[in-house]
Design a protein around this ligand. Sequence first.
Ligand code: APR
Length: 247
Amino acid sequence: MHHTESLCALLRDSRSISVLTGAGVSAESGVPTFRGKEGLWSKFKPEELANLQAFMANPELVWEWYEYRRRIIDQVQPNPGHYALAQWEKEAGSFHLITQNVDGLHQRAGSGKVIELHGNILHNRCLRCGNTSQSREVHFEGKVPGCSCGGMLRPDVVWFGETLPEKAIEEAFAAAETADLFLSVGTSAIVYPAASLPQVAKSSGAVLIEINVEHTALTPIADHFLQGPSGEILPVLFEKWRTVRIG
Ligand code: APR
């Protein structure tokens, strides 16, 4: 990755960094992305698995699919991209990490504050009383897991057609509006409202850097497009930030 003079100057002068991540940041860990040839949506129908109507129609099928994804996540590890962001958070004055991912790998890499826009697949929520639990004890073994109130449990993720957690979306937009450097990493940037965050940051004066293995809908407005795997680019970019800051 060739560091242009301006990229180094941007890193040196950044005071408030915000990052939006998508499925691509976990791809090198072995978590499938959603779109693209090997993406989950090329094998499974989101309309049958990732919305409330589908869950009400066939909760066993939906739980089976989420249990399959939970098992994948249990077997993988964070990659150098996750670790670089966790370290960056520790060393930067102002650093906000916003993720669309539900895999919890940022937290497992040591990120302290993660704004989870689409929930967390390892958590459960009761359809009746709304209680959420982070218990990994809840497993789907053919019978839909129940809440102590008698209600059905569902994975605590945001399904298509559902609104995002209010606190998370507020924090995410505030992080976008106050950033002077915004990184968009491993997202196709087509699912809203998350996909509007890089644009909000740019129109609020931030410099926008995109990291992706391929061009996306966002690339035309990015100030810098760093093409390649985020597990390789993020550690290098973070080291560059460290170096230019101490001058
Ligand atoms: N490094 C960087 N980028 C990568 C890598 C990698 N190793 N591997 C894949 N990518 C890029 C792909 O090129 C693609 O642009 O990551 C992006 C993944 O895009 P999607 O699969 O669409 O995932 P995402 O943008 O996170 O999806 C948004 O859609 O299905 C819903 O709720 C789900 O949170 C998800 C949302």
